[in-house]
Design a protein around this ligand. Structure first.
Ligand SMILES: Nc1nc2c(ncn2[C@@H]2O[C@H](COP(=O)(O)OP(=O)(O)O)[C@@H](O)[C@H]2O)c(=O)[nH]1
Ligand SMILES: [Mg+2]
Length: 525
């Protein structure tokens, strides 16, 4: 017995923790009223378990005139409650106690000030409730309140009214989880012919099955003749002696709250999340366009070629290059400040918006409403930050623009050497020309084959310079393309990170929240 009880409590503990977490996860996502009720259950459970678990609060609930007070008196063995069919007699619940020690705080919490000690031992607290169909509102509210908190419910029905919709619709149908802490009593069987009793009980069982209460014990009794009362007493004693009704009640409440949470979550069925990686690509493409990545990549290639030409071009003409602006510097991609990249166009912004929504749609796929819409919302939740984040990602990405290949310096030096050679040839020729002009004798000019050396130097130097410049351009073009490709990769990674951080992660977090919620709800229920 001890062991069983320990187990029940441990499981209740786990369920309560699960329900509390499920409610927290559902906060802001699902119907606030349902979330609030789940939290109430957790709070109520905390209080109930801190009060006497040696006592079991049993309520006699039912319609006017069904015989609650009569049964109460019969079980108590004395006339405690007023009995009368014509007017609402019981306005406040009253308690009959068997073994009152330590029951005070529990009864205070239950809000039952009227108490009678009628016996020793068992720990039974029997409550006579007002009528659930009373014409007095406060009576009905009192019933609802106590039906919501007692450990064990005894529904007292009578042969005339046992099929009335009121009790079935308002109470029994909602108590499907409470089968283990509920008894149904058909009172006044003395008013039925012997043959009819069984038929009536069977009919009642059928109705209870429709309510979702199959298997709940149904006892036929008569408060007037005492028929069936010993069985009722035995059934109660058995429940009470186990001392687990309180835990069963709370477990059922936790289950009911979990069911309600699950229902507002559209069934809360388990589902397998989409892998993130499939979502990154299309989003990155749209973000890259909006962040002018293609423009930057082109500028990087151009700048590389521009700088290569400035370093390796033909010195006679390459100074012109210096007059042109550097294609990359023009974009102001400084690590500190904002870039001077063009603002995204309306079309680009629309494409980003669409891509973000696509992520929301993909991540929420298979999720029931309203959680699916929470996921879609989460995907868009940080869209405002995209512009700045993209600008920063592009500005701080390492473009390697300041890196100068070593061969530029080598070729540059070579270019100055061949230009020097050309200049030497020119000066030599100029000197010869001046001597001729002044009719002075010319020294013999050395030749290479037929060609005089100064001419060879001049022409050879010029041709070499132009050829070197041309070859360098070809190499620089290839190098520019390679650098552009590297930069494109770097930028893509940076843009990927922005999309992941600001779009995919929030959406997946919300999705994960749902997955966790489903897990918690199923642990609670
Ligand atoms: N014949 C018959 N009458 C009963 C029985 N139980 C209660 N009554 C009568 O039904 C009326 C209402 O009983 P009461 O205990 O006040 O019902 P309550 O309104 O549910 O508390 C009273 O007149 C009782 O005498 C029963 O088992 N058989
Ligand atoms: Mg009464």
């Amino acid at each position: 017995m001890k062991l069983l009880r320990g187990k029940a409590e441990a499981s209740l503990d786990d369920r309560l923790v699960a329900l509390a977490e499920a409610a927290d996860l559902a906060d802001g996502r699902l119907d606030q009223a349902v979330v609030g009720r789940a939290r109430d259950v957790v709070a109520r459970a905390g209080i109930r378990r801190s009060l006497s678990v040696e006592h079991t609060a049993v309520a006699l609930a039912g319609a006017t005139g069904s015989g609650k007070s009569s049964i109460f008196n019969a079980l108590a063995g004395r006339e405690l409650a007023e009995v009368g069919a014509t007017r609402p007699t019981t306005s406040k619940a009253q308690a009959a106690l068997w073994g009152p020690d330590g029951s005070g705080p529990l009864l205070d919490w239950l809000g039952v000030p009227l108490r009678h000690v009628v016996g020793e031992g068992s720990g039974l607290i029997l409550l006579d409730l007002p009528d659930h169909d009373s014409i007095v509102l406060s009576h009905r509210l009192e019933v609802d309140r106590l039906v919501g908190v007692v450990d064990l419910l005894v529904w007292v029905l009578d042969p005339q009214k046992y099929a009335d919709a009121a009790v079935h619709e308002r109470y029994l149908k909602a108590l499907g989880r409470h089968r283990d802490n509920m008894l149904v009593v058909l009172n006044q069987i003395d008013r039925l012919p012997e043959r009819a009793i069984r038929r009536c009980l069977d009919d009642l069982r059928g109705l209870l099955a429709v309510d979702g209460l199959e298997g709940v014990p149904v006892l036929g009794v008569s408060a007037r003749t005492g028929q069936g009362l010993p069985d009722l007493r035995t059934a109660l004693d058995r429940k009470v002696s186990r001392r687990t009704a309180w835990a069963a009640r709370l477990t059922a409440d936790v289950g009911t709250a979990a069911d309600a949470l699950s229902e507002t979550a559209g069934g809360a069925t388990a589902f397998t999340p989409v892998p993130q990686t499939a979502l990154v690509r299309p989003l990155s493409r749209a973000l890259s366009e909006a962040a002018a990545v293609p423009l930057v990549v082109r500028a990087v290639a151009k700048a590389h070629r521009h700088r290569a030409v400035a370093a390796t071009g033909w010195p006679v003409t390459r100074w012109v290059r210096g007059l042109r602006p550097d294609p990359l510097r023009r974009l102001h991609l400084s690590r500190k400040g904002r870039t001077s990249l063009p603002a995204p166009t309306a079309v680009q912004l629309t494409m980003v918006d669409t891509a973000v929504r696509d992520v929301g749609a993909a991540v929420s796929e298979g999720l029931p409403e309203p959680w699916a819409s929470a996921v879609r919302h989460a995907a868009r939740s940080r869209s405002d930050e995209l512009g700045d984040a993209l600008d920063r990602a592009v500005a701080t990405a390492s473009l390697g623009a300041s890196k100068k290949p070593r061969w530029w310096r080598v070729i540059g030096t070579l270019q100055w050497m061949v230009t020097g050679t050309m200049a030497a040839g020119a000066l030599w020729l100029l000197a010869l020309f001046a001597l001729g002009y002044l009719l002075l004798p010319k020294p013999p000019t050395p030749t290479v084959g037929q060609a005089p050396w100064p001419t060879v130097l001049l022409v050879g130097g010029a041709v070499a310079g132009v050829v070197i410049a041309f070859v360098s351009r070809v190499v620089a073009w290839i190098g520019g393309r390679r650098r552009a490709r590297k930069v494109a990769k770097t930028l893509r990674a940076a843009i990927d990170r922005v999309g992941e951080e600001l779009v995919i992660t929030p959406a997946c977090a919300e999705q994960g929240r749902y997955v966790r919620f489903v897990d918690r709800v199923s642990s609670a229920g």
